[in-house]
Every structure is written in C-alpha cells, then in structure tokens.
Design a protein around this ligand. Structure first.
Ligand code: SF4
Length: 194
C-alpha cells in the first residue's frame, strides 16, 4: 500500500463508528474541486507513511476504535488493498472504503474476500458531463458496473455527489438523482466548499 496520509480519529467519516482514516496515494480522476490534490500522483511527493507505523497505531488504539476508513486519492488503485483490508479486519476493526467507482474489479475482489463492511461511492455528474466534472476521460460503463456491484453486494453503503455549482446546475442534479442513483440506496449531496 502506498499511503499518503493518516488520521487516527474521526467521528464523522464512518457512519455509526469511531474510526481512523487511511489516505491512499494516487487518484484516477482530476476533479477541479478536489481537496486532496497532493494525493493525485501515484508516488507521494514528501514520502509515504509506513504501513507498519499505521498498523502499530491501530493496534494500540483498537479498543477505542471500531473501524478504519480507507480513502484517497482512490483506494482501488492499490494492488495490495485486499491484503491491507484483511490485516485491518484481523485486528477486529471494520473497514469502510471510499471510492470514485472507476475500478469495479477491485470492489468485487474486496466484497468476495469479505474484507469490506461499508462502501461509499461518488456519483460525480450526469453521464454526459461525467468526464468534464472528473477532469479526465471516464468510461462510464465502469461507473455503472460499480454502482450495480455495490447494490448487489447487500453491504451497507451510500452514494454521494459533491455539488460543484460551476459545472452542475439544478437540472443536472435532478437528472443525476432520477437516472443514476439506485432508488433503494441512501444518497447524500455534499456542498462543495472551495
Ligand atoms: S476522485 Fe476524489 S481524490 Fe480523486 S480527484 Fe476527485 S475528489 Fe480528488
């Protein structure tokens, strides 16, 4: 795992859980409103955080923590994500994955391995604006496959959209909600603070 950041404590990022946050390095999108641009490159500019250090901290705090959020960047870019999530689970902690949905294969791998307890996925924009809002060419079939994979998993999850008003108007949001968000799934709209 290439890890670019770590927060030992959050009450707000894993619904119903006291958690730590691991930020993986590297992202497959270039959203203009991104707050984690320092995590875009696959290699950390100022050095990685050693996985063993994080595991030691998690182990020490495991009685006070209930879970770990693995976010990014984009966690599904990590070759060793399943191994790391397995390690976290072995400490008795639950795992939440935040994803942009571009790698349905890795999501399926996590789900089949039984090492993820909660998934939060961004739905960035209506299909026709997806690549524009993500700042790079997006294969939207992969996004739809991830949505289907998450819903089909039966795991607790939610979908969310950061409402970037410079690119998404009211009718875009209405279309997105009507045509892309699975009707039975929790859905959150986040204000874009820049
Ligand atoms: S997917 Fe997330 S981490 Fe990647 S560029 Fe967009 S907002 Fe930033």
């Amino acid at each position: 795992m290439v890890i670019g950041g770590f927060h030992p404590f959050t009450l707000s990022d894993f619904p119903g859980h006291v958690a730590a946050i691991v930020f993986t390095q590297g992202c497959s999108m270039r959203c203009p409103y991104c707050h984690n641009k320092h995590l875009w490159a696959l290699q950390a500019e100022h050095g990685e955080i050693d996985e063993e250090h994080i595991v030691t901290v998690l182990d020490k705090r495991s009685k006070r923590l209930q879970g770990v959020v693995i976010t990014g960047g984009e966690p599904t870019l990590q070759q060793e994500l399943v191994r790391f999530a397995t390690r976290v689970k072995a400490m008795g902690l639950r795992v939440k994955i935040d994803t942009n949905g571009l790698c349905p294969e890795k999501l399926r791998e996590l789900i089949l391995a039984g090492v993820v307890d909660y998934i939060a996925m961004d739905i960035k924009a209506p299909w026709e604006k997806y690549s524009i809002v993500c700042g790079t060419e997006i294969n939207t079939t992969r996004i739809q496959t991830s949505i289907d994979c998450i819903v089909g998993s039966g795991l607790p999850h939610h979908f969310r959209t950061t409402w970037y008003r410079q690119m998404l108007n009211d009718s875009d949001m209405e279309e997105l909600r009507r045509t892309m968000v699975p009707p039975s799934s929790p859905y959150v709209v986040q204000k874009c603070i820049m």
